[in-house]
Design a protein around this ligand. Structure first.
Ligand SMILES: Cc1ncc(COP(=O)(O)O)c(C=O)c1O
Length: 492
């Protein structure tokens, strides 16, 4: 049943139940203007002489169109056409969809993006930082934050999050340490943190935000992995509720939109100039945004705001709790949980099996059980309990883990000495931008020790940097460089 609760340009939000501010859960389906506009577009084809040249799927390989379905090609269009609206400047159904998203996430302005959260981070850096600005950044940031620093010429002042050594992952960022840093460096003009961590560990963003407000320093939270938080009181509080100035959400990661689609929110009380951010996005974003991706953002926002969406999120949480409880009872399996004295998003489950590295466990699950997990690191694997998962799937995973934990799978010798999660503190010699644009040469990694790095080395996932331009390369980095035989370094 489809109940339209909001009409075009006449948002009637009365008679709905407020679950969290800006989020409405009464209807099975919620109005999605861009989805509706695309339906119109599909059902009323014109004779087209425009981009994309395949013209609704006519000019493509047959096996490709039957693989992905003619509907997908029919809807593969960009903005500017057919009353769908434009992204920059925001107009038509796209504008309406963005405004509804802003209402849902309780932001001043929400931008739809088709270049992932990468483009959001790049644009924020481009818009809000200047050459030589000092920016306090959590070292576990995604490499896109760093690419932003290379573009702008700002200088990162690294804040090291806690390390959970037994798990070989980053933990929370300390508000106390941040306060200390801001006290000693009155010229820091921006704080940029990643929350949650890739593995779901959560920092106290409310406290961090309070510190930032005390020092009148704006706060950006890369909440790429936390876009569901807005829709559940069981999940951590979204940074938009905690006083952050800008928040990045990869809706495509866990929010149900299509790969590459993301949102950037500027909060209601943001100290940032929205127009500056919009201008930067205009310069950096593709001028041909995929309407399919944009529409999937509208659909995801509508779904998550609906009764069905609420049920899907509750299901993801319940499945996670179900799995956590049973997995922790399997002999030889350890699950990162509240016993480990960290706050986390329950839907992100990091676990390890005695005697196996995370990478080895990942390959056993894939090769012997046809199970694909989110990622693996030195110690453990990351499993996501998603809005699209069923409890049956978790039973399959539990059964596989039981078998693995009670077998004698050998860990593989080739993994010895190789590390994946960079937990190294950097020794910064010069700014990323200065090093990136300096004269460089490519040398064998063993010969790079003692030299200044000239490239971004950050494998995905999770895209956390091992080395950045301007940092001194040491022997400590070698275990993290197994994928590299040579590295760009500055010419002496
Ligand atoms: C914390 C964080 N921020 C930003 C990104 C970039 O997101 P996207 O892949 O949507 O460009 C990622 C990607 O993994 C990430 O983990």
């Amino acid at each position: 049943m489809c109940i339209i609760i909001m009409k075009m340009k006449n948002y009637n939000l009365k008679n709905t139940i407020s679950f969290k501010e800006g989020v409405y859960f009464e209807q099975d389906e919620i109005y999605a203007p861009l989805v509706n506009a695309m339906k119109e577009y599909k059902e009323n084809p014109c004779t087209g002489f425009h981009i994309p040249g395949h013209n609704r799927g006519c000019g493509v390989l047959n096996s490709f169109s039957s693989l992905i379905g003619i509907d997908a090609l029919n809807l593969d269009t960009t903005d500017e056409f057919d009353n769908l609206g434009t992204l920059f400047p925001s107009s038509g159904a796209i504008d309406e969809a963005q405004k509804l998203a802003a209402k849902t996430f309780n932001s001043k302005r929400t931008f739809f993006l088709t270049g992932g959260s990468t483009i959001a981070n790049l644009a924020l850096a481009f818009a809000l930082t200047c050459p030589n600005d000092k920016i306090a950044i959590g070292r576990n940031c995604h490499r896109s934050v760093l690419s932003g620093m290379i573009i702008s010429g700002a200088n990162p002042q690294w804040i090291m999050p806690r390390k959970l050594d037994d798990w070989a992952i980053y933990g929370a960022l300390s508000p106390v340490e941040l306060r200390d840093r801001l006290e000693k460096n009155s010229d820091i003009s921006l704080v940029w943190i990643t929350n949650p961590t890739y593995e779901g560990v959560v920092s106290d963003v409310e406290a961090i935000s309070r510190v930032c407000h005390e020092f009148d320093v704006p706060l950006i939270v890369d909440e790429a992995h936390g876009c569901l938080w807005n829709f559940s009181d069981v999940l951590p509080k979204s940074a938009l509720e905690c006083g952050a100035d800008a928040v990045v959400h990869s809706l495509h990661k866990t929010g149900g939109s299509m790969t590459q689609s993301s949102m950037l929110h500027i909060s209601k009380n943001s100290r940032f100039d929205v127009h500056k951010v919009e201008h930067a996005l205009k310069l950096l974003h593709t001028t041909s945004p995929s309407l399919l991706l944009l529409t999937s953002l509208d659909a995801a926002r509508a779904f998550l705001s609906s009764k069905n969406g609420k049920a899907a999120i509750e299901n993801a949480i319940n499945n996670a709790l179900y799995f956590r409880e049973r997995a922790s009872k399997i002999k030889g399996v350890q699950v990162l949980n509240s016993m480990s004295a960290v706050a986390f998003d329950v839907t992100k489950i990091f676990l390890k099996v005695d005697g196996l590295s995370g990478k080895r466990l990942e390959s056993i699950l894939e090769l012997d059980f046809s199970i694909e997990i989110e990622s693996a690191s030195d110690e453990g694997i990351l499993i996501l309990s998603n809005i699209g998962n069923t409890q049956d799937e978790f039973d399959i995973l539990l059964s596989a883990l039981e078998k693995i934990a009670s077998s004698n799978y050998p860990d593989l010798a080739y993994l010895e000495g190789i590390k994946f999660m960079p937990l190294t503190a950097p020794e910064v010699v010069m700014s990323p931008r200065e090093a990136y644009f300096s004269r460089k040469e490519r040398v064998k990694k063993e010969d790079a020790i003692g030299r200044i790095c000239a490239e971004v080395i950050a494998l995905c996932p999770p895209g956390i940097s091992v080395l950045l331009p301007g940092e001194l390369i040491s022997r400590e980095h070698l275990p993290y460089l197994s994928d590299f035989s040579e590295i760009d370094v500055l010419i002496k």
